[in-house]
Design a binder for this molecule. Structure first.
Ligand SMILES: *Cc1c(COP(=O)(O)O)cnc(C)c1O
Length: 434
């Protein structure tokens, strides 16, 4: 969470070579600040830890989709994991080779399949028999062969929050192994399909380092069967979900994690692909926000800040913990603050919802109206899940690299929010027009 990229220099929070305070002053708040160095380093850690099996590291676009972020990861050699046509288009926009794109998701539409085949992606992660049929139909129509991987549901408990668990039998994701066996027959019958891979993705923010290894071990016998049946398997895609530190040190040690998985991957004899999102982006970004009001109420003290659940929804929907600390503080971010120097706050946003809470009963240095707070580990599923609820324009995104910084996405305007709405309709229809 704190590292060479986000750290306190004396009483000042720095992102690489730039004071966070200066960025908030120049660009306003709420403001997402990304460290290019942190993204690069986190990406490289994964590529390096699995280098023995020459991994195809497909960055999960949905975790943080800014084009500049995708571009810098492509420079590092990233491939991309997409879950919609919009994400495929983002990857193409930054010049990604279509042969480095994988496409997952339980409900790909015909239009999405068509587009992905037209641009020539590497493979679809297929999640049902109906999807096999749909991809085969579209591929036959286009006269091309569609690369596919079967997304297996290995029935492993990822031991993470239930809202981000996907690898248990009862989840909507993937195909259980028995059914996958039956699907093989179906794949043979259907035209224009090439079974290139087996895919797993058991959940997100998984911090136990043996969950993925167990999942892979569970599908090795199936992979052997598929190979024995002469399908042209090339890849085992082990998905994403690698847990990071939000509190301090609960994140995975990626080297140990890789060491548990590598023997199983090697046993398959396949190339490895993976789809890390949060591991690359999570601690690559922070959200800066300014305190609007300090409101004592009943036994509580509310710090009402100018960021809200529309900017960062994770606390509201996953009960997620984010470290919060003043951008300028005489206290180190892990300091115990004695006596009146500290106070117990609920840090909340202005949105009209009682779940618009970033932190409950959190002891922080005493903070005044107008001061800046940093919400840490906000790079993943922060901006990417933001909305304009309550007609709040989305925050700007800034990237810092060394002592340089630039705007990677402008702050939205009210004009942006109402674009496409019409007070006077262009055309009025009635039932007779149908
Ligand atoms: C969301 C997702 C990922 C990335 O998950 P993280 O927890 O961010 O690493 C990878 N693969 C698939 C199929 C996903 O849906």
């Amino acid at each position: 969470m704190f590292n060479e990229f986000f750290r306190y220099d004396g009483d000042q929070l720095m992102c690489e070579g730039i004071a966070a305070d200066e960025l908030a002053g120049k660009f306003g708040t709420p403001l997402y600040v990304y460290s290019a160095g942190a993204f690069r380093k986190q990406y490289r850690e994964i590529a390096d830890s699995f280098s023995a099996v020459k991994p195809l590291v497909c960055y999960s676009i949905k975790s943080c989709s800014n084009l500049s972020i995708l571009k810098l990861l492509k420079e590092e050699g990233a491939a991309f994991d997409c879950v919609s046509k919009g994400e495929v288009m983002r990857a193409l926009k930054i010049g990604a080779d279509p042969k480095t794109l994988v496409f997952a998701g339980v409900g790909k539409t015909e239009d999405e399949i068509e587009h992905a085949l037209r641009v020539g992606i590497l493979m679809f992660n297929v999640e049902s028999e109906s999807e096999l049929t749909a991809i085969s139909r579209v591929a036959a129509r286009r006269g091309v062969e569609a690369g596919i991987a079967l997304r297996l549901n290995p029935d492993v408990d990822p031991k993470t929050h239930k809202h981000i668990s996907t690898g248990k039998r009862e989840s909507k994701f993937g195909i259980d192994i028995e059914r996958a066996k039956a699907s093989l027959k179906r794949i043979r019958e259907l035209k224009n399909l090439r079974l290139k891979g087996v895919h797993l993705h058991i959940g997100s923010q998984i911090t136990e380092n043996d969950r993925h290894a167990e999942a892979i071990a569970k599908v090795v016998p199936f992979i052997k069967e598929v190979k024995a049946a002469d399908f042209p398997l090339e890849y085992i895609n082990v998905g994403g979900g690698y847990g990071i530190s939000y509190r301090g040190s609960e994140g995975l040690n990626i080297t140990d994690f890789a060491a548990k998985m590598l023997p199983h991957i090697k046993e398959t004899g396949l190339k490895m692909a993976c789809e890390p999102g949060r591991y690359v982006s999570g601690n690559g970004g922070i959200l800066l926000t300014r305190v609007i009001f300090d409101k004592p109420s009943g036994d509580k003290n509310f710090l009402i800040v100018d960021a809200a659940m529309n900017d960062l929804i994770r606390p509201a929907i996953y009960d997620a913990y984010h470290k919060i600390w003043p951008v300028q503080s005489e206290f180190a971010p892990d300091a115990e603050i004695a006596g009146d120097a500290g106070r117990v706050y609920d840090v909340v946003g202005p949105v009209c919802e009682s779940t618009d809470v970033f932190a409950k009963a959190r002891r922080l240095p005493a903070t005044n109206e107008g001061e800046l707070l940093a919400i840490f580990s906000a790079g993943a599923y922060g901006m990417a899940m933001s909305s304009t609820y309550n007609q709040r324009p989305r925050a700007a995104e800034v990237i810092v690299q060394g002592d340089k910084f630039w705007v990677a996405r402008e702050r939205e305007s009210i004009e942006d929010l109402i674009r496409g709405e019409r007070l006077t309709p262009r055309e009025v229809f009635s039932a007779a027009d149908l």
